[in-house]
Write a protein that binds this ligand. Structure first.
Ligand code: AMP
Length: 208
């Protein structure tokens, strides 16, 4: 099955995708992780994308579509778990030409929750595990791989407000786009990881 996880920044896409990938053996494709790897490498794409990312803006569609199509051409053949892609209607249309999407799950959260979660978010640069300072008790070590946790350059309050603006302008319209295709399901992502993942499994079990 091919699954899209939609949601504002901080809605829990990364956290839930790690759980979904594990349980359903899907190929997790996160355009954010791919872009951060390009930036860290200093590749031409990374150099083009960096400024947009740090400003809380979307990276232009042509760069993203090119990157994702290259990724699909080296696909493992497993079902896809798309995290952070598509983020615009143009990207969704490009995807429709390539992949049959089976289900779209929108993780719903309030703006206040987004800001609280994002400013406390820490991630492991080695294995991409995600944490929140609320539960770290002052630790800065990844419990999965021992890496030193970092705050993403775009996880400041100022940038997150810009990212929310981009979300409402360009990504939220995808809710109507996928609703019209009969693919959209909404999961309340305010309830905590355990309940949210239980709700996601209820949606995925019948098609897994
Ligand atoms: P994420 O890790 O998904 O929050 O993505 C981090 C940043 O990467 C976003 O704020 C955008 O600047 C950029 N980005 C990731 N995925 C996309 C996409 N599908 N389209 C445009 N920009 C993206």
């Amino acid at each position: 099955m091919n699954v899209i996880i939609l949601g504002a920044p901080g809605a829990g896409k990364g956290t839930h995708c790690a759980l979904i990938r594990e349980k359903y053996n899907l190929e997790h494709v996160s355009t954010g992780d791919m872009l951060r790897a390009e930036v860290a490498e200093g590749s031409p794409l990374g150099m083009q994308a960096k400024g947009y990312m740090e400003a809380g803006k979307l990276v232009p569609d042509d760069l993203i579509i090119d990157m994702i199509m290259k990724k699909f051409s080296h696909s493992t053949g497993k079902g896809l778990l798309l995290d952070g892609f598509p983020r615009t209607v143009a990207q969704a249309k490009a995807l429709d030409e390539k992949v049959k999407v089976d289900i779209v799950i929108d993780l719903a959260v309030s703006d206040a929750t987004v800001i609280q979660r994002i400013t406390g978010r820490r991630m492991c640069p080695n294995c991409n595990a995600i944490y929140n300072t609320r539960y770290l008790n002052g630790s800065d070590t990844c419990s999965a791989c021992g890496g030193k946790l970092v705050q993403r350059a775009d996880d400041t309050e100022e940038t997150v407000k810009k990212r929310l603006e981009s979300y409402y302008a360009y990504t939220e319209p995808l809710i109507a786009y996928y609703k019209a295709q009969g693919l959209l399901h909404t999961v309340d992502s305010e309830t905590g990881v355990e309940q949210g993942f239980a709700d996601i499994q209820t949606l995925l079990e019948p098609i897994a």
